[in-house]
Write a protein that binds this ligand. Sequence first.
Ligand SMILES: Nc1ncnc2c1ncn2[C@@H]1O[C@H](COP(=O)(O)OP(=O)(O)OP(=O)(O)O)[C@@H](O)[C@H]1O
Length: 335
Amino acid sequence: MFAILRSTNAFAIDLGTNNTLVYQPSRGIILDEPTSIAFDNNRNSFFDGGASSRRMWGKNPKYIEVMHPLSRGAIANLTVAKAYIKEVISRIAQRRFFKPTIVVSVPSDLTSMERSAVIEACKDGGARDVMLIKDPFSAALGSMQSIELPKGVLVLDIGAGVSDISLLSCNGIVMSKSLRLAGNDLDEAIIEYFKAHKRILVSHNDAERLKKELGNLFENEEKTMKINIKNLVSRLPESFVVSSTDVHRAIMPLADKMVALTHSLLSELPPSFAQDIYDQGILLTGGSSMLQGLDRYLSEKLEIQVNLVENPLHNIILGAGRAMEETRYSSLLGT
Ligand SMILES: Nc1ncnc2c1ncn2[C@@H]1O[C@H](COP(=O)(O)OP(=O)(O)OP(=O)(O)O)[C@@H](O)[C@H]1O
């Protein structure tokens, strides 16, 4: 089995709410694209996938539908997910004659039906064998933690649709808590804030840009950014200068929910792990962990060390790849 997993026809996939990454042993990351697909409803056929379909989002003609196969980490529409995975597999599998073996990293709290949907979508999409690994394992392995030891490793993963905190030890999850709230909700909070307080409509793409460029959990020196919006009073498009103070106000309530999630797990931590966690702190990963000030904010609120991983957007896929390649982690792969 593990020779197969190291073969050129085996891949690891991080099927995230916003981003899909694929790893191939010996080659590394070979695909990094938005989890998005466009359908041509006139022809009832696949139109485009990945980055080019994501760019069409909000700018598409009516007959083309831009869809996101995943919602909050789980498959939202099985038909769309199958078409999407088929497209991913056709891009990565060089030897089309042989169906590939695939390891998919998935949120730790997926129900058995949701896990079966991932397996079905991959098999229908062209995979021969499909194995799943839980995101917290991938995240820890991606930052070179040794999770097989009897020593607690605490991983906080904040992606686009899911926030998850898990305590790992002896290649197992000791305890875990998830919240279906993450980066996309921060974008929504920004949109809602400007609707309610400034009577303007900000696009999803601009909300995400504002979050990345002006968003900060600490009120530092004020920064501004000019964007194009729709004025909800005049109903006309115009340009608008957004201040970092407003973005800060928009995102703080959700940042506090992330703190509360982490606090609730820390408060239930078995005493035997207290020393490990207070010695090593929390491993912070996922794209939303790059929100400016989040690591310091969590650390100050929880009075615990928070270590931001080196590459939050690639951590899970690198860890899933490591689980495929190292036999000591074979027990982490299942269905
Ligand atoms: N510099 C940044 N500051 C704040 N947020 C960021 C930054 N860069 C990326 N993000 C956010 O990270 C999220 C994507 O992260 P990631 O790729 O880990 O999620 P995903 O794997 O698609 O989703 P999930 O794991 O929740 O299913 C998006 O919400 C994106 O806006």
